[in-house]
Design a protein around this ligand. Structure first.
Ligand SMILES: [Zn+2]
Length: 205
């Protein structure tokens, strides 16, 4: 039983459109900094809520709880959730990696969360929604984020072996795409990294 397992239901959401956002950059040069006063320096086809670090950390804890669930199932511990648009900003989907159990190499947390969210809404796009994932999306998932028209993706730690949005490629910044997904990285990164390292360390024993 971990502290994460006792996280209460997220409703009602802590987010509020009239709350001022905090100043903090978690990006290196060239990446979107969305922690500004209610606007971002990137752009997307639809304006989402102002990004606030404290909100991002709260939501990321739900994604981390999913990552812990993946570890319990002997899957690579990556979790993702999707937060719907305002005014409710509720968690509309949760998922964790299941490629091994599902015998499906595409069963990444982000893909499963997108499918759950669209299945619930009955609509193929997720305008105004934010996806939180504990690890940098791979190329496949980054493409799916664009197809789903997500407003923003928030991730924890980078993935030097598969990361497609910062580490090995910058899919979300590709010129010519007809939709731009905002990106925030480094939210509770150490916790996501520690979980991954512990999982792979145990595998090597
Ligand atoms: Zn992926």
């Amino acid at each position: 039983m971990t502290a994460l397992a006792s996280i209460p239901d997220p409703s009602p959401s802590p987010r509020s459109r009239d709350a001022r956002s905090v100043h903090r950059s978690v990006h290196e040069a060239g990446h979107t900094d969305v922690y500004t006063d209610g606007h971002s320096d990137g752009h997307s086809d639809d304006e989402g809520p102002p990004a606030r670090l404290e909100d991002d950390e709260l939501y990321m804890r739900f994604a981390l709880a999913e990552a812990h669930e993946a570890a319990r199932e002997d899957e690579v511990p990556i979790g993702a959730i999707i937060v719907g648009p305002g005014p409710d900003f509720e968690v509309i989907a949760r998922a964790h990696n299941t490629p091994r159990g599902a015998c499906d190499p595409t069963a990444h947390a982000e893909i499963l969360a997108i499918r759950a969210a669209t299945g619930r809404s009955g609509y193929q796009r997720l305008d105004g929604c934010t996806l939180y994932t504990t690890v940098e999306p791979c190329f496949m998932c980054a493409g799916a984020l664009v197809h789903a028209r997500l407003h923003r993706v928030v991730f924890g730690t980078r993935d030097p072996k598969f990361g497609g949005t910062v580490s090995l490629g910058t899919v979300l910044a590709t010129e010519g795409l007809n939709h731009r997904v905002l990106q925030t990285e480094g939210v509770l990164a150490e916790e996501a990294r520690t979980l991954l390292r512990g999982f792979f360390r145990a595998k090597r024993k």
